[in-house]
Structures are given as C-alpha cells and as structure tokens.
Design a protein around this ligand. Structure first.
Ligand SMILES: [Zn+2]
Ligand SMILES: [Zn+2]
Length: 836
C-alpha cells in the first residue's frame, strides 16, 4: 500500500491554498477596435437540439470585430469546439432568461475562457436582474469572480422598486450597447400575474403580499426570480448613400464646403440657382440597417405581457398613420417554445412584422436526424460496430420532420417562417447577401456511411468485430480450454481467462442487477435511451453523488434537477437526494433562490464510515477522528475532517440521513460510503456495496462492490475503501509520461490508477476522466491492462459482462489506431483540466 511519501501530492493544492495564485491572474476585458462599416455580419443558430429536453439553443451575432452570444445552454462549448467556433472571440453573452435551460453551459464556458492563454479571457455577461442570483451561486466554484463581468438590468427584486414600476416603464427598451456597429436593447417581459395582483384582504398576514394563486391552484410566490424574460433588439446602423457630385453640379453647386454640409445631412443654398439643395437631392438613398429581434416568451402568461409591449410597435413598419416612425424588422428569431408559438395570439403578433423572416428556434423540436456533435456520433457509431454489447447504437438515423409540419396550417398566413437548424445563418451584411444562408448546415450523417468509412480505413476491423462477438459466446460457454482466437500483435497472454478468477459476488449474476453507464465529463447525448428513455432515466433517479466542487463534476447538476422537477410536475414525489461536498450546498442554496430544484442535500462528510457509525450509535455530531494522517496538523484540509457538525443542523442531518438509509435500502444496497481523497478540500471517493445474495446452492455470497475514485492522487484511503472491489472506476487524467503534471494538479496517471486497483485486489478497473476533447483512447502500457478497460462516453457495462471487459480493450485500440495524436489545432484548449 503506498504511503504519502511514496506517491507524492501537491499539498498546497490539496489544502486549497493555490486559489490565491490563480486570483493574481489579471483578467482584462478585451478591447477591440470597431469597424464602423462592416463587411460581414450575420446571426447564426448554435446547438439547437443539444439536450434531450428543452435546453435553449444559442444565437451568435457575428461582426468582423465583435461577437455576441445569446444564451449558453448545456453543451454549447462542446458544440462550438466541434464546429470550430472560437469562443475566445466572444465579447458579450446575453441571457434571455436566467435558468438552467439558458445558462447551463455558462459556468464551464467562463472557466474555459479564464484558463485560455496566459492571462485568461474575460467576458461580459448580460441578463435580467435575477442574473445576480446565478453569479452568486457560481462564486462557490469559480475562484476568480473578477473574470465574470456581469451586467444586469431591469427591476430589482430585493427592493420594493419593482412594485412601483408601471408596466409601460418596465417594458421600455433598455439600451445596453450602442456603438458604431450595433445598437442592442432589451425589453423585459414578465408573467402577467405581476400586474393583476388581486386586492389584498385587510386581515392578510404581512407576507401574503408575495403569494398569488396561480391557475393550477398551487400557491406561488409572485415575482419569483427566474420569471423575467427578455426580448433583445439588435439594430445595425443604416448605410448612408453616396454623394453624387454630378447631381450637385446640375443643381448649381460649386465643389467646396457645401458638399461636406450636404454629406453631413444639412441643406444648403445653390450657388448658381435660387434654390435650396437638400441632401436627398444629391445623395443616393441610404440603405436601412437590418434589425433582428430575439424573442423568448416562455409561457402563455408571458405572452399576455409581450402583446402589451408598446415599444415593439415602432418595429412593425407602418403603424398608427406615422409611416416614417416605423422601422421594419428584418429577421425575428423565436426562442419561445412550441406551446406558446402555436397560440393564435402569438401568430397574430408575428404578422405585425410584415415580411420579416421568422426563424423558429424554440425547443421541443428534436432534430435527431442530424447529430449535433458529429465527431462524437462518428465514434459512437464505430464503437457500436465493434462492440454493441458495451456501446449502444447511436440514437440518430431516424428521420424526423421539423415539428412545424404538425402546425403547418396555422402558419399558412405567414410566408417567411422556417425552422431553425444548426449553423443556419441569416446574413445582415453585406447588403447584397441579406437573407438566409444554409451553406453551413451540417449534412445528415448516415450510420452506414460512417461504417463504410471505417471499413475502408481499417479493413481488419471486420475480423476484430467477429472476435469481439466470440468473446461473449466463449464467456457464456465458460470454456476452460480456450484456444487463442486471433493473433493480433497487441494481444498478450490471457491468464485471467480461467473461470475461477471470477469473484463470488458475480456468481449467477442477473443482467438486470446492475449496469454502469459512463456519461463522461463533457455534455452527453444519452442516445442509448432515445429522448423519452433519457427522460425516464432522469425521472427514475433516486440519488446523485458528487465527488468534489470542481466544475467539471457538477455543472450539469442544476439542469438535471430542473429537468426532473419539470418531468415530475403533478406527480407525487420526494425531493431528490444529492450527496456532495459542502461547497456544493452553498451553490445549490444560492441557485435555489433562482429556481426550485426539488432536492435535499447531504454532505459527503456525513456519509463517511466513521460518521455513519456515529449516526447508528447515536453520537452523531460529536467530533470523530477518522484517522486521516494525510494532512499536517492544523492544516485547513485536516480541520475540514475534524470539524464537528454544529448542534443546529444535527436534527436536520439525522432527518436526511434517515432518508439516505431508505434510498440506499430501496436501491438494493447494503452501504454507500464516502471516503476522503487527495485532490482539493472536501474531495471524496465513494464505495457502493450491494446486499448479500444466496447463490444457486443456497450459500450466502457477498454483494458486488463498486468504487469510484473521484479526482485524486493515489492514497491509502482509496485502497482501503476499494478492498476486493468488483469494479474500481478510477480517474486517469494523465498518461504515464505526465507524472509531474499529475502531482502538481493532484490527479493520477494511468499506471497509478492501475496500481491502486492492484493494491486493493479489485477485480476490474475502469479508467476514466480523460481530456474533455473528442473521445480518443489514452496511451497506456498494455502489459498492465489485464483487468483494466478505458471508458468512453455512453459506454454501458452490464455487470454480467465484467469478465469480458478487459479483453475488448486491444480491439478498441485498433479502432483508434489512427487517432493517437492529440489535435492541438483548436484554441479551445482543455482549460478545465487546470481547475478539475
Ligand atoms: Zn477535480
Ligand atoms: Zn475533474
């Protein structure tokens, strides 16, 4: 068993003291010189259909020297990396609402930007005033708040101001940006219940002024943060017509200062004729600047308010007998969901914009036929070809028509309505190209084409796939006298093939007992389940366990919790149990002020073996010495483990621990035990042990044991917790050659992870937590891999297939033989690794 001296770790980082080093970084906002006459400008749809549910797509507003992004849902970063859209060039991010649908990808994006280059990139984040709740929440894991320049606008909930603002004042456009290239303003839309507050009965308690009866009869607080929605108006300046000297001459003007006056827009007196010469006489007509509206109207209640917004009337062309006052909108991008868009009121409102191009980008349109992440789809299809047992079929290929088709009739009055597609552009400049541009929309990926490509690239894969399928036949036959079935160079002796190497816990194991699905660190597309299957998986969650506070381990949490809340609306249910490090509670508490996440939190430290024992014997809350010798006496890290629970939360904790025990029992588990690891303050691993079973002859056999390391350096706690584990899932962030890096960042190398598994006598080791980039196979030393496999996103390992697991690895390596070189071409570097 390794000791601290042998394995080495970065104590400073483990104790959380290297934060200060990071905050010394100077994060400057980029200052770019603007080009007043733009040659190229467009809006572009990014990441529609990114999530299985209703994550908002993003919209890029592109100028030569400035970039704006509207909304940053889950997976935006991965989408942009794949499509070579440089996030480092984004100057401003605007949120149409502040919730996990629209901002789920923001924390990861900010962390990536902060890790770029030597200095880090900073960005402006704009949103309605409840943005501050999100920023407060993110402070718990974004170490350097300086890199988030948040600018919120609109009514402030913490004061009484909002109650005195009249509707008209609320919906007045707020100009956010006004420079040479664009004028960007925001119009706030709130649910209609804000205005129609029922008169308060005089005897009502003081707090009831915040409670309203909602249509479903459930009492809800009025003006809850997260309810505000924003319509953004982007106006490009008009391009002035050219001055025509011939016309000026014909009107009797001499070249000179009067030419300049006319170009400045002033009328002058003709030199040779007794007339006034007006600019319009000598200037070519100016080209109106295009106007783009981004409309996010999340509910019908917001719709009532949206229809009442007077300021939008000035964008509806000729209105109220004041033709010259009307500007006409060129393009409207609708982020509103189908349920709102299908309202006749909404469609009538759309008609007000005349000939504007409408792009329907609202969610609930699942573009499954075009995989969002093409390279992931490619790998998924290839892996599935080689080994369908571990790699479920990618969920694309079924052609679905745009759901607008279903409501086709209702849009018949509007000629210019189209469905958003990924990378669809609407060109704004140059004027000659004004209009839709479909040239960037990715072509449909057909599974068969990917496989054809694979077969021509690696012809030997055909034979390999046959061998892989034979592995299953052999394993079911349990032949003792296995003949080597193939002779690839990478194959080595297979002493582990003998059936008696299988641990007792796997005896007569049922396939429905356990399946491990590895969702990886990036955004996942749980295509295995299909859209409704993924929903079922979220519905059926009974516990979420988070190892530590680094963003790559939990930024999707709020989205999943919000999705579960929505999926289970109206269904009797318990709040979901979330077990995590204490800093996570701060985040969830802060986030909970923005939207209800329907969860209860249990600190990992209450689920350590020592703490659970003290709960069982009634001494919960008294200080326990967990025997940790990892940290020097008096260090911050040590004090975390020694600190007793405060008496105030003792009752609350024991209540949640009771729930915890119930959840564990219901899942067929004997125990769930967290254990401290060496990575950052409050970093944990976890061990799950199934209940004992009886085998076919009635003998009691131990239940399986699954251990997950979290992020960590090798440490004795991990070995102790993983003793005789059926599966150890261990991080292996770095390859063997990067041991210094591993020590500096308190991660493990592949060999170290395997050594941990060997030291603990684990039956199988699964290596995970590789780069956030595309699925590739890490470099590893084959001679040590006889009980090990590497994980891929969406890899799905049934417990009954564990004996076969390591034997698949050499074939996987064959699949990636041409991809062993790291692609450094994109500047979206794996910056998260530095904070993971
Ligand atoms: Zn980490
Ligand atoms: Zn990590």
């Amino acid at each position: 068993m390794p000791t601290e001296a042998e394995v080495g770790f970065n104590k400073r980082r483990a104790e959380g003291r290297d934060k200060n080093d990071a905050s010394r970084k100077n994060l400057h906002l980029k200052v770019r010189k603007l080009n007043p006459i733009n040659t190229i400008s467009y809006v572009q749809i990014l990441g529609t259909g990114m999530d299985t549910q209703d994550t908002s797509p993003s919209v890029l507003l592109f100028f030569d020297k400035q970039r704006f992004i509207f909304n940053a849902g889950e997976g935006l970063q991965r989408f942009c990396t794949e499509h070579k859209i440089k996030l480092s060039k984004i100057d401003h991010i605007f949120l149409s609402r502040v919730c996990s649908e629209t901002a789920g990808g923001l924390p990861g994006l900010l962390l990536t930007l902060a890790g770029m280059g030597d200095e880090g990139m900073s960005v402006n984040v704009w949103g309605p005033s409840d943005l501050k709740y999100l920023v407060d929440a993110m402070r718990s894991f974004i170490p350097n708040a300086a890199m988030v320049h948040t600018k919120s606008f609109g009514p402030n909930f913490s004061t009484d101001e909002s109650t005195v603002l009249s509707r008209s004042k609320l919906s007045d456009p707020i100009v956010l940006i006004d420079d040479e290239v664009v004028k960007l303003s925001a119009i706030i839309v709130q649910p209609n219940c804000f205005e129609n507050k029922p008169p308060m009965p005089s005897n009502s308690p003081a707090h009831s002024s915040e409670i309203l009866d909602s249509p479903n009869g459930k009492r809800q607080p009025a003006g809850k943060p997260g309810d505000m929605s924003v319509v953004y108006v982007c106006e490009l300046p008009e391009i002035k017509g050219k001055f025509d000297p011939e016309k000026a001459k014909a009107l009797g003007l001499k070249p000179g200062p009067k030419y300049r006056e006319l170009q400045l827009g002033n009328s002058v007196k003709s030199d040779r004729q007794n007339i006034m010469v007006h600019p319009s006489d000598v200037m070519d007509p100016s080209l109106p600047g295009p106007i783009v509206l981004l409309v996010d109207c999340p509910t019908e209640s917001h719709l009532e308010s949206l229809l009442a917004v007077k300021s939008l009337n000035s964008y509806c062309g000729q209105v109220d007998n004041l033709p010259e006052a009307g500007k006409s909108v060129t393009c409207v991008i609708h982020l509103s969901p189908a349920s709102v868009v299908s309202c006749s009121n909404y469609q009538n409102w759309m008609k007000k914009f005349g000939s504007a191009q409408h792009i329907m980008a609202g969610h609930e349109k699942k573009n499954v036929e075009i995989p969002i992440l093409k390279s992931s789809a490619k790998y998924a299809a290839r892996l599935n070809y080689l080994c369908p047992q571990f790699f479920p079929a990618p969920g694309f290929g079924s052609l679905q028509n745009c759901s607008l088709a279903s409501s086709e009739g209702s849009f018949s009055d509007l000629s210019e309505v189209i469905c958003a597609e990924n990378l669809l552009k609407f060109t704004l400049r140059p004027y000659s190209h004004l209009g839709l541009d479909r040239s960037c929309i990715p072509s449909k990926v057909v599974s068969e084409e990917i496989i054809d490509g694979l077969l021509s690239e690696i012809p030997e894969i055909v034979e390999a796939a046959e061998h892989v399928s034979q592995l299953w036949q052999q394993s079911s036959q349990r032949k003792e006298d296995l003949v080597p079935v193939f002779d690839y160079k990478m194959m080595i002796e297979e002493p582990w093939l003998c059936a008696d190497g299988v641990p007792a816990s796997l005896e007569n194991i049922r396939r429905d007992d356990l399946e491990i699905v590895l969702l990886g660190t990036g955004s996942s597309q749980p295509s295995k389940y299909g859209v409704s299957g993924a929903d079922d998986a979220v519905r059926g969650l009974s516990c979420i366990w988070i190892s530590h506070i680094h963003a790559d381990h939990h930024t999707g949490l709020a989205r999943i919790l919000a999705l579960r809340r929505d999926l289970l609306k109206g269904v009797p249910r318990e709040p979901l149990l979330v077990i995590g490090p204490r800093q996570l509670k701060r985040y969830l508490d802060a986030y909970g002020r923005l939207e209800d996440l329907d969860m209860v939190f249990l600190d990992c430290k209450h689920t350590t073996a020592a703490s659970l024992d003290s709960f069982d014997d009634g001494s919960l809350g008294t200080p326990v010495d967990d025997g940790s010798t990892l940290f020097s006496k008096g260090s911050r890290m040590q004090s975390y483990f020694k600190r007793p629970g405060s008496p105030i939360d003792k009752d609350a904790v024991s209540h949640i621990l009771k729930k915890f025990k119930g959840v564990i029992h219901e899942a067929g588990l004997k125990s769930l035990i967290s254990f401290p690891v060496i990575h950052c303050p409050q970093a944990f691993g976890v061990a799950l042990q199934a209940e004992e079973r009886s085998n076919s002859v009635g003998k009691v056999i131990p239940g399986w044991k699954i251990v997950y390391s979290g992020d960590t350096r090798p440490c004795p706690e991990l070995v102790a917790a993983s003793q005789d584990a059926t599966v150890l899932i261990h991080e292996a962030t770095f390859e063997e050659s990067m041991i210094e890096e591993a020590i500096a960042k308190n991660h493990s190398t592949t060999n170290e992870a395997i050594e941990m598994g060997d030291a603990a006598n684990a039956y199988r080791i699964i290596l995970t937590h590789f780069s956030q980039r595309y699925p590739k196979i890490p470099v590893f030393d084959e001679s040590h891999m006889h009980k090990t496999c590497v994980a891929f996103d969406m890899m799905s390992i049934n417990i009954a297939d564990l004996p076969v697991l390591p034997k698949v690895l050499p074939y996987l390596k064959l699949l990636f033989k041409n991809e062993m070189v790291v692609d450094e071409s994109d500047d979206v570097v794996d910056a998260v690794a530095s904070a993971s």
